[in-house]
Structure formats: C-alpha cells, structure tokens
Design a protein around this ligand. Structure first.
Ligand code: F6P
Length: 326
C-alpha cells in the first residue's frame, strides 16, 4: 500500500500519555515524509469532518500534558452503517488511507467493523486506557500514571486514617479489572485489596481486619476496585460496619482524578515507543493490529485477539500483597 497521508485520533476514555503518543506518531510520520492529519473527537470527528493538519510544531509542548489535545469521544453514530459511510467519505476526501487509533477495545472493535465494508483504509491501534486490561500488551498507556496518582492519594488518606483510628475503603477505577487496585494496594501498603479477578467475602475481609486490629493496627486501608463483585466501596463499607465496629469507617471514591495529570516517565517512554512502532507498522503494510509492549519489546497483536482474549492477571501480586499486609 502506498501511504501518503496518515490520520490519527484518540477515542474512548482518555489516559495520561495520549498527547505524548500523538507527538510520537506525528513526528515519525513526518520523518518518513508522510503527511499527517489529526481527527478530533475520535470516530465522531471522523463522521463530522473535524480534521486538522498537523506539523511538528503542532505537537510541541504537549508531551507533559494529561488528557488529549485531539479530544476523545465514545461515538454512537459510528455503530451505524450510515455513520461509518460518512466517516469513510471524509477519510477519502481528506486523502487519508491509513489511520493510527489510540484507545481501548471499543476503538478496536469499531475498526474491525469498519474494515468489513472499507478494507482499503489501513488501521493500527495503540492501547490507551488507565485500566491495563488489554490483551497483547504488558502495560497500557496511562496505567502507570494512574497508579502513581492513586498511591499519592492513599498515602495522604493513611495520614488522616492513622490520626483518627479509622478504617478507610478507597474505591479505585477499573471497570472490569483489578490492575489499578492491586498495584496501588501493594505500593500503598493496603491491609486488603478487593478486585474482580479474585473471589472475596465480607466475612473473610472482617476476619482479616480483626486479625490486624489484634496485632495492634490503629488504622486500616482497604482498596476496592470499581468492578468488584461484592459491590461498591460504599456498599462494602456499610456491610463491614454492621458486623465490625472496632474502627470508625470512612469511604473515599477517587473517581476521575485518576484519569488526569502529567504522564509519568514510564508512560512518556511507552508513548514514544508505541507511537514510533505504529507508523512503522503502517509502512510495513500491517493491518488491523495493535502495537503493545511485551517483555520490554514492542509487538503487534491482531485486533481480533486484543478484543476477544482476556489479558492474564498476575496472581503473584495478590500473593505478595497478602504476605505483606500483616
Ligand atoms: O476505561 C477507563 C475508565 O476510566 C474506567 O476505569 C472507568 O470505569 C470508566 O473509564 C469511566 O468512564 P467515564 O469517563 O465515561 O465515566
């Protein structure tokens, strides 16, 4: 395929490092004498013809910024054949034959569907989500920054928890995955971590908290992944309070603060490596694949696998957290 111009967009929930990744894609494209166009608001901007020409200067000074300057969206219109037709017509009008999509599994599913009718547009994806729940990469873009944001909050909450003899339930993001929970639980020294990858029970949790209290703990932190099957942090706190009144109980839901902020060094380096690799993959003729990092090497995984396989969860982290929580 003879590519002259690449399109780039960010889609789904934003994540820290997306700007650094756009910069890497733009500069790699320009280095290879390709033109590059930014598509605003993901698939929705593709449908509404929101295209902006990008130069090396357009991406100066964005490396360190959270969010995405191309904006992001979850497009309902792209789920329809009419929406996809408009998107295709706009790509052709703007002379774009290859696209880099930074997003999560919804973004890659959209590309798979689009390709069934319009196979002449090449797609390469980059996993951008704080959840770290994508098959085909050890780390997604934004995860490292998000867990650093969380442990900063956990450290601060621990200060006040300890001053008041309190038990805190801290709810962290992760729609259906416990990566943020286990990393922040381990790094923040939580007494317990509740996450969807492991079965939990209120009684087991109370036994653990009781054992800690008997050993002289004056405060406790429980990290709850938002996808935890026992319920939200508020619901779990309520159940624990009814049966175990040793501590004064409080709940803190960290929410969208986890999605913002300047990307960490790790995320900036990851953004650079995945961004460069994505353009190289397009030039090598690759189609419908996601760039990832496995064992510190950049890799390509077909979108079909990235969206259908569950990423393996590292159970050893749970074992280590369990050992250290007493
Ligand atoms: O997928 C990333 C994520 O931040 C999840 O952890 C969270 O459940 C979801 O997005 C929140 O989405 P929204 O910003 O639409 O509320």
């Amino acid at each position: 395929m003879n590519i002259k111009k690449i399109g780039i967009f960010t889609s789904g929930g934003d994540s820290p490092g997306m700007n650094a990744c756009i910069r890497a894609v733009v500069r790699t494209a320009l280095t290879n004498n390709l033109k590059i166009t930014g598509i605003k608001r993901g698939y929705q901007g593709m449908i509404e013809n929101e295209f902006v020409n990008l130069t090396s200067r357009s991406v100066s000074n964005i490396l360190q910024r959270g969010g995405t300057f191309l904006m992001s969206a979850r497009s309902k219109d792209f789920l329809t054949p009419e929406g996809r037709k408009k998107a295709y017509d706009n790509l052709v009008k703007n002379e774009i034959s290859a696209v880099v999509a930074i997003g999560g599994d919804g973004t890659f599913r959209g590309a798979i569907e689009f390709n069934k009718t319009y196979p002449d547009i090449q797609f390469i994806g980059i996993p951008g989500t704080i959840d770290n729940d994508t098959y085909g990469t050890d780390y997604t873009l934004g995860f490292d920054t998000a867990v650093n944001t969380v442990i900063d909050a956990v450290d601060k909450i621990r200060d006040t928890a300890n001053s008041h003899h309190r038990l805190f339930f801290i709810e962290v993001m992760g729609r259906s995955s416990g990566w943020i929970a286990i990393y922040s639980g381990l790094a923040g020294g939580a007494e317990a971590v509740l996450l969807p990858e492991q079965p939990d029970s209120i009684d087991k949790l109370i036994n653990k908290l009781e054992a800690g209290a008997k050993k002289g703990k004056t405060s406790s932190i429980v990290i709850v992944a938002e996808g935890e099957e026992l319920g939200s942090a508020v619901e779990i706190a309520h159940q624990v309070k009814e049966k175990f009144d040793f501590y004064d109980v409080r709940v803190s839901v960290l929410g969208h603060m986890q999605r913002g902020g300047s990307p960490s060094c790790f995320d900036r380096v990851l953004a650079a490596r995945l961004g460069v690799k994505s353009v190289e993959a397009l030039l090598a003729g690759e189609q419908l694949k996601m760039v990832g990092l496995i064992n510190n090497e950049t890799t390509l995984t077909p979108f079909s696998e990235a969206v259908s396989k569950a990423p393996p969860f590292n159970k050893d982290l749970l074992r280590v957290a369990e050992i250290l929580s007493f």
